[in-house]
Design a protein around this ligand. Structure first.
Ligand code: DGJ
Length: 724
């Protein structure tokens, strides 16, 4: 980014231009960020949110002054502010932005502003603490859709090692943001939302699993009480990092509330040698009138990246739930035939193909095709798949190792551990020390060799255990950060070597979902839970950050493996529609009629995938309990697809009208049922079903229409096409 100099002062003791009343106004994507440069010792954000159109420099200065606190009894003579990297030496009594020390001493930090470079949507602030021997560059960037990114590079300018303990970047939120929303979860139930009052004190969400984890919060959001998807001002923060991290919501009795985020370091994990620096992950803030607007900023910006997957998302069949570890050429070629017959475009061979991997107790690390199961390698299967017009994808879990593997027997020192004993076992596996040069080279060489030998279009990159006690050896140092950076390097190198290769980030389902991994991969495996009823929640909250076309959504077999629930095919298919569609089902056991129905859904998913890949997500608030309404609207408003899902029975019978918002208010749309009531799910015909129903977007939002009467756990898909 090009910046023009606004203010620079080499000597922090004499910042004359700053004293004159500096205010920065960054504007882009419907968002304004106003920064008061006069706050000591370094700037504070006065406003982040609605674009302040027409604000003059004078009014912004007045705004900055109006935000300043006054002296009160029992307080400091010069009241402190929640500045961008606040610290006690600057008077801040809340959670500091930066904490560190030099072997226990020199713990005090006071970063002073010495220089500002800025243009209309970005600023780079130079900060210095000469006494502490630290300097920092803080970058604030407003993206095209109004996402606010902060990133800080901290340098040790002293002459002894400096240990960084905490480094967070703060994003102030309006004082009336008194309700918090975050997510939690577990394997098979990621991103379950929870809400609570945002009171005084600190609300802290930490991720200590070496990967975000199924329980991680994808965003920490604070808004006006009752904010929903459609309405209610809300601000949300995400840390674009695949390792340990923290998100903080803090309300101070000094009248300031903020969200903050950053990496979480183990003791001694980051020690900067003299002259050395560390750059934080991007901490990304979005805001909106409702959560949908928060999500749209993420989606819009992410989709504009040059690396965004633009090719139509291939309909995928993944073999895991179809065959688990029961691999044989015969079984898998039959599955490939069945997949091709319903229109699948990518066939992915999951876990179980490599040396010694007959179950989940052994083999991880030995990335050679198992010659007992595959005497001719994977070639016969791959050729078969390609001959049926499908791409071939392969499952790998490169960061892991089973103690029962040749790799672990040969190189026990390549396993992450912090003691003489190994960390607690999980799924009978341990984590490879990817930051160890030889371990890295081995894994990279095996992956390159596989990619060279087979025409692999896609890697399903799995990660099935947490990094616990992850060190470089009994006397070593903590390795989560180094591991995460090594992973990024490996992914970047693979992508650079094979630009057409697509990679999925899977981690026991959706335990590694963040914009750090999504910057280097093409989709996430959203969850191992394929139950459409539970997926409704998981997908809605994952899509707060992740664009739908990057979320793997698969049709389940009729009896869901994770919940035991028997589900309707049309329901499962409809719930998978607004994502990267696939199938997780042994199709060799399906009859002709079932395959015909699957093929029809696959064809429909192909028809609407351009809309899914570019459209706006709509999540409808206020539907009566038992009904879920959501949709995708084309960016130009010409068409939309909605699903009306009966999650449970409703009290009203037939149910009351549901609104269909998000369309162009002035346009007329013809509304058509696509699927659902044509099946056994329909209990009676809707009057508008046989009528030429053409209504405006405004009418659909304000008034709505009667949903079908359906059995619980059924969906109806409706299409809306603009007529003018
Ligand atoms: C966990 C993944 O989430 C599953 O989809 C599957 O790939 C298994 N691992 C294989 O071990």
């Amino acid at each position: 980014m090009l910046f023009h100099d606004v203010v620079t002062a080499d000597d922090p003791a004499t910042p004359p231009a700053l004293a004159a009343g500096g205010v920065l106004h960054l504007r882009r994507g419907g968002t304004s960020v106003v920064i008061d440069l006069d706050v000591a010792p370094h700037p504070a954000i006065v406003h982040w949110g609605e674009e302040l159109e027409g604000s003059s420099e004078q009014s912004l200065r007045s705004l900055a002054v109006a935000a300043r606190p006054q002296r009160v009894s029992g307080g400091l003579d010069e009241p402190a502010r929640a500045t961008l990297v606040a610290s006690p030496a600057g008077g801040w009594l809340g959670t500091p932005g930066l904490e560190g020390h030099r072997d226990g001493a020199s713990f005090s930090v006071r970063l002073e502003l010495v220089g500002v470079q800025a243009d209309d949507h970005g600023a780079r602030l130079s900060l210095v603490d000469r006494e502490a021997g630290l300097s920092a560059e803080l970058e604030l960037t407003l993206g095209t859709a109004g996402l606010l990114r902060q990133r800080l590079t901290l340098r040790n300018t002293g002459d002894s090692p400096y240990t960084v303990q905490h480094l967070h970047l703060a994003f102030p939120v309006p004082w009336d943001a008194t309700e918090i929303l975050d997510t939690t979860g577990r394997h098979l139930r990621e991103r379950s939302p929870q809400r609570h009052p945002f009171g005084y004190g600190t609300y802290l969400r930490e991720s200590r699993r070496g990967r975000p984890g199924a329980d991680a919060t994808l965003v920490l959001a604070a808004g006006r009480p009752g904010f929903g998807f459609e309405r209610g001002r809300v601000h949300a923060l995400h840390v674009a990092w695949s390792g340990n991290h923290r998100l903080i919501a803090e309300r101070s009795v000094s009248g300031e509330a903020f969200l903050a985020g950053g990496e979480l370091f183990a003791p001694g994990e980051v020690v900067l040698a003299p002259g050395e620096s560390i750059t934080s992950p991007d901490v990304v803030g979005s805001w909106g009138d409702g959560l949908s607007e928060v999500a749209h900023r993420f989606h819009d910006e992410w989709r504009r990246r040059p690396a965004h997957p633009r090719r139509a998302r291939p309909i995928t069949l993944n073999t895991w739930e179809a065959v688990y570890f029961d691999h044989s050429l015969e079984r898998l070629t039959a599955l490939a035939d069945a997949a091709a017959s319903v229109g699948v475009e990518r066939f992915v061979l999951d876990d179980g193909w490599f040396d010694g991997r007959r179950d989940d107790t052994a083999g991880l690390g030995d990335w050679y095709v198992d010659t007992e199961v595959w005497p001719d390698g994977l070639h016969p299967l791959v050729d078969h798949v390609l001959a049926r017009g499908m791409e071939f994808g392969l499952w790998v879990e490169p960061e892991m190792v089973n103690p029962d593997s040749d790799l672990a027997r040969l190189h026990p020192d390549w396993i992450l551990r912090a003691r003489t004993t190994l960390p607690p076992s999980a799924r009978q596996q341990q984590v490879l020390d990817l930051a160890h040069d030889d371990a890295y080279d081995y894994v990279a060489a095996r992956l390159h060799a596989l990619l060279a030998e087979y025409p692999i279009a896609y890697l399903k990159w799995d990660h099935n255990r947490d990094l616990l006690d992850a060190g470089s050896g009994p006397d070593g140092v903590a390795r989560v950060r180094a591991h995460t950076l090594a992973l990024y390097r490996l992914l970047d190198e693979l992508k650079a070597a094979r630009p057409d290769l697509e990679i999925e980030s899977c981690a026991s389902g959706g335990a590694r979902v963040d914009l750090g991994i999504l910057a280097r991969t093409d989709r996430i495996w959203t969850s191992d839970n394929l139950d459409p009823l539970e997926r409704l929640v998981n997908q809605r909250y994952t899509a707060l950050v992740v664009p739908p076309e990057m979320m793997g959504m698969h049709l389940t077999s009729p009896v869901v493996h994770s919940t035991g629930r028997t589900v309707d095919l049309d329901f499962s298919a409809a719930v998978a529609l607004f994502g990267h569609v696939g199938i997780e089902w042994d199709l060799t056991r399906t009859d002709d009629e079932t395959r015909r129905r699957i093929a029809a859904w696959v064809e429909y998913a192909k028809r609407i995938r351009p809309l899914v890949a570019t459209g706006r997500t709509v999540d409808v608030d206020g539907t009566e309990p038992g009904i879920d309404v959501r949709g995708m609207v084309a960016p130009d408003g010409t068409s939309a697809v909605f699903t009306l899902t009966q999650t449970d029975t409703t009290v009203a019978y037939p149910p009351g009208r549901v609104r269909i918002p998000g369309l162009d208010p002035a346009r007329h749309y013809r509304v058509r049922l696509v699927g659902g009531p044509s099946s056994a799910a329909a209990q009676s015909e809707l009057p508008w079903q046989t009528y030429d129903t053409t209504v405006t977007g405004r009418e659909l939002d304000a008034v709505g229409l009667r949903p079908p009467v359906q059995y619980p756990q059924r969906s109806t898909v409706i299409e809306l096409v603009a007529q003018d």
